[in-house]
Design a protein around this ligand. Structure first.
Ligand SMILES: NC(=O)c1ccc[n+]([C@@H]2O[C@H](COP(=O)([O-])OP(=O)(O)OC[C@H]3O[C@@H](n4cnc5c(N)ncnc54)[C@H](OP(=O)(O)O)[C@@H]3O)[C@@H](O)[C@H]2O)c1
Length: 303
């Protein structure tokens, strides 16, 4: 298969591309980085600028699937300027792809990133893909609008998969590194009372889920999370146990984090339990369904 990947240089995209290449696919990468090169014979690199609505249309040539992961980092201070960039980078990249596909005769399968932040924070509720209550907070609103834009592909008509991705755990970056580093030094602490649900997923499983959606042509909304979310306190305690460090610090109060992070602090206090009902229903073979094995694997990889 020839697959177009955007956001290919990011945390998820880098591992996804390596995986797809080992499966024998050829890749077209659309990047905002210029110049950006690869020595891999199966990969071609194309430039685009969602900000200026510019795209190299050759990137679409002969493509069977598109995996759209592009977007400015959400974990940056939520100033008015950054908020605009977080929203527009997602809306404009998706719209640009839509316009480009519309001009071709191809109907590639689109797999688009989204996030479980679409669900309202709740310490007890468990969300599945069929839930329709959405968060009114900034991050929830970004994701909701992004999904609306993505749904346009169904009209082309293209098979469209919207992956509501949970907290991606990887030894190479993302949330796991800042969570595990202080814990190794005995300085691990949860936020608030630590009772917030963390719907996590090991990066190997996320890459596996994307591949699984491609192979099995799964369409619609999919919670890309492990089947067993944990309370944040449990996550920190699991990391401490794995690295053999004591865990004695109390929870970090909200006011401290709001000073340090501004309004973005809510991301670490939100509680979202997203059950991957569709993946469980279609028997996706999880490598890491439990947090203990996931953490052990990531710590071992980091040694
Ligand atoms: N990691 C998580 O825990 C998580 C959880 C839920 C959802 N997600 C979503 O999944 C997607 C991929 O996540 P990730 O962790 O791999 O993100 P990442 O490491 O931040 O990578 C995102 C990629 O998007 C491209 N990008 C950055 N700013 C851009 C802009 N202004 N306009 C267009 N493209 C831009 C960059 O690729 P180029 O430099 O090559 O253009 C970058 O490598 C994101 O949309 C994210 O919101 C991630």
């Amino acid at each position: 298969m020839r697959i177009l990947v955007t956001g290919a240089t990011g945390l998820i995209g880098t591992q996804l591309c390596s995986h797809l290449l080992t499966k024998g696919h050829s890749l077209h990468i659309l990047t905002t980085r210029s110049p950006w090169r690869t020595d891999d014979a199966q990969t071609r690199v194309f430039q685009w600028s969602p900000k200026n609505m510019q795209i190299d249309h050759l990137a679409l040539e002969g493509v069977n699937a598109i995996i759209n992961l592009a977007g400015a980092k959400i974990n940056q201070r939520w100033t008015a300027k950054n908020k605009r960039s977080i929203l527009k980078s997602r809306m404009q990249s998706t719209r640009l792809l839509f316009d480009a596909v519309k001009q071709t005769d191809q109907k590639p399968h689109l797999i688009n990133a989204s996030a479980i932040g679409i669900y309202p924070s709740d310490f007890e509720r468990k969300y599945t893909e069929s839930d329709t209550s959405f968060s009114n907070d900034f991050d929830g609103e970004v994701v909701r609008q992004w999904e609306e834009e993505t749904k346009q592909f169904e009209m082309l008509p293209c098979k469209t998969t919207i992956l509501r991705i949970g907290l991606v755990l990887s030894s190479k970056g993302g949330a796991f590194v800042p969570l595990s580093l202080p814990t190794r030094w005995g300085l691990g602490a949860w936020f608030g009372n630590g009772q917030q649900w963390q719907s996590w997923i090991h990066i190997d499983d996320l890459v596996g889920v994307i591949d699984y959606c491609l192979q099995n042509q799964l369409e619609g909304y999919i919670n890309a999370t492990a089947p067993n979310p944990v309370r944040q306190r449990h996550l920190i305690q699991t990391i401490a146990k794995e690295v053999g460090a004591p865990q004695f610090l109390p929870g970090i109060p909200k006011f401290l984090m709001s000073i340090a992070l501004g309004k973005m602090y809510k991301l670490v206090y939100d509680s979202i339990y997203a059950k991957p009902e569709r993946l469980l229903g279609s028997r996706y073979p999880y490598q890491f369904p439990e947090i203990s094995a996931c953490v052990a694997d990531l710590i071992a990889k980091d040694k």
